[in-house]
Design a protein around this ligand. Structure first.
Ligand code: TYD
Ligand code: MG
Length: 470
């Protein structure tokens, strides 16, 4: 007899995807309020294989021929991964070289940050090099997308040449797949995944059920058809729509588009990549005609500018390259016992530890001081190599003192207030010198044959480092 398993209802957090057995006001996993949503799994008929007893029968039963079998590792044929360039170097860098056929990429970011812009630019470049691209615009009409394209490709006749770039303004997944079957694109872009729906599900677009089902089917479609699917996912601060966190484990690559909406600089970071590293970042500038890449050798800072108290330059490593980051701090009188510590683009736990080190070994009294810190320009500086720079920024802001002009700071700080050398020192020093920062403050470890025209100011404790502020 076929028994039907009772469908199970649980509550899934829209923000982090955590599952609870009953509804509660605040998600215990991520702390978001009012984010749990009722989720009912489709009922599964247990015909033996699903139940534990069925598994035991399989284990003890006769060997039946099966189409799937486990294979020893060396017998698995290796396939070389074919990658398609997006035509945008900075984006390719974060992807690990380009889009992999049959993979699914999720591009997340706040609304208005530039996700549609970068994908339309990439679609234009790929279509220009004879690839068929289907751009599914589920938020804007086809006409709006054409207007955007005109803005991004101002050269006369450029759009007319793009007859392999197909635009579809639809939100119904079945119709989207139908069009994809006709157009046979090598890359399909879905902007955004929160707007598409499957009509046989009784849930609104963007809900946990719709997102999971649509995404699972698209992942399957990518695997069987070999096309690359790029999904756009909005992350909203108030958690109104299901956050891309829910989809992270389903897709192959997760990219995050970040930056301050009110400033031009944008950064694309890898959060997960089954085909490459997640350490790389891509840098862009938003201009009147779309996103422009900031190439590797651009000088982003001026070494001759007057040093400001609370601002320190630190070379930080992002995958294969080094970028000079400006770390800023501000201290202001707060309430004893309730002083604020804020970090933007900086690890808040590291900040708390460094404030403790400054108090204990640097002689600073920060218990009644609010401390605000940030990495300027949308970069995230979360590596320990930036410890010394962060400490000097905080102490500089506190005392109203700064380092000399043209100094870059390298060093990790231990709990005893000692400064330690960090990895990739040679690359950091080369980039500092190239951008005109010829004095390196901190503890460094270099191979004998390393040559660069720089001055090393060696400091081994936080106390010595603080003496460099003037
Ligand atoms: P958009 O790509 O629509 O953001 P998202 O898809 O992430 O929601 O970008 C919207 C912002 O970018 C909008 O504020 C206008 C600005 N923008 C430019 O500054 N220049 C441009 O060429 C374009 C197309 C947009
Ligand atoms: Mg958009």
């Amino acid at each position: 007899m076929v028994k039907t398993k009772k469908s199970r209802t649980h509550y899934v957090c829209r923000s982090c995807g955590g599952s609870q057995s009953q509804w509660i006001g605040k998600c215990p996993d991520c702390g978001t309020w009012d984010s749990l949503e009722r989720f009912t799994e489709a009922s599964v008929s247990s015909m033996g294989s699903g139940s534990a007893s069925g598994l035991v029968e399989l284990w003890t039963g006769d060997d039946q021929p099966s189409s799937v079998s486990a294979t020893p590792l060396p017998e698995i044929e290796s396939e070389s991964i074919s990658r398609k360039s997006t035509g945008i170097n900075e984006l390719d860098r974060v992807l690990g070289g380009g889009l992999v056929a049959g993979s699914v990429v999720l591009l997340g970011g706040e609304p208005g940050i530039g996700k549609s812009t970068i994908l339309l630019q990439a679609a234009g470049k790929m279509a220009g090099s004879n690839s068929t691209i289907l751009y599914v615009s589920s938020e804007e009409s086809a006409y709006q997308t054409r207007l955007r394209a005109e803005r991004l490709m101002p050269t006369e006749g450029q759009i007319d040449g793009l007859d392999s770039l197909y635009i579809l303004a639809d939100t119904n997944l079945a119709r989207i797949v139908e069009q994809a079957r006709k157009v046979k694109p090598s890359v399909m872009i879905i902007d955004s995944v929160q707007m598409i729906y499957k009509s046989d599900l009784d849930a609104s677009p963007g809900s946990v059920s719709q997102l999971r089902r649509c995404c699972t089917e698209l992942v399957y479609l990518a695997k069987v058809s070999g096309m690359t699917i790029v999904l756009v996912g909005h992350v909203t601060k108030d958690g109104q729509l299901a956050g891309p966190k829910l989809l992270e484990h389903l897709v192959d690559v997760v990219l995050s588009f970040e930056g301050d909406r009110h400033h031009g600089r944008r950064v694309v970071r890898g959060m997960k990549n089954r085909y490459g590293t997640t350490l790389e970042v891509g840098l862009f500038e938003m201009t009147g005609s779309g996103l422009k890449e900031i190439p590797q050798n651009t000088a982003l800072l001026d070494p001759n500018s007057k040093p400001q108290p609370g601002s320190v330059i630190c070379p930080a490593i992002y995958g294969s390259r080094c970028l000079l980051a400006e770390i800023q701090a501000l201290t202001a009188t707060g309430f004893l016992g309730a002083a604020k510590r804020r970090a933007s683009g900086i690890d808040p736990n590291r900040l708390a530890m460094l404030i403790a080190v400054l108090e204990k070994h640097g002689g600073l009294r920060l218990a009644d001081q609010d401390v605000f810190t940030s990495a300027v320009g949308g970069l995230r500086v979360v590596e320990p190599g930036a410890d010394l720079a962060l400490c000097l920024a905080i102490a500089g802001a506190h005392f109203g003192k700064s380092l000399k002009a043209g100094v870059s700071v390298i060093g990790e700080i231990g709990l005893g207030g000692e400064i330690r050398p960090v990895h990739q020192t040679a690359l950091r020093i080369k980039e500092s010198v190239r951008q005109g920062y010829r004095t390196v403050l901190g503890e460094i470890f270099l191979e004998d044959h390393f040559k660069a025209d720089f001055e090393h100011q060696k400091v081994v404790t936080i106390g010595q480092a603080l003496e460099m502020l003037q």
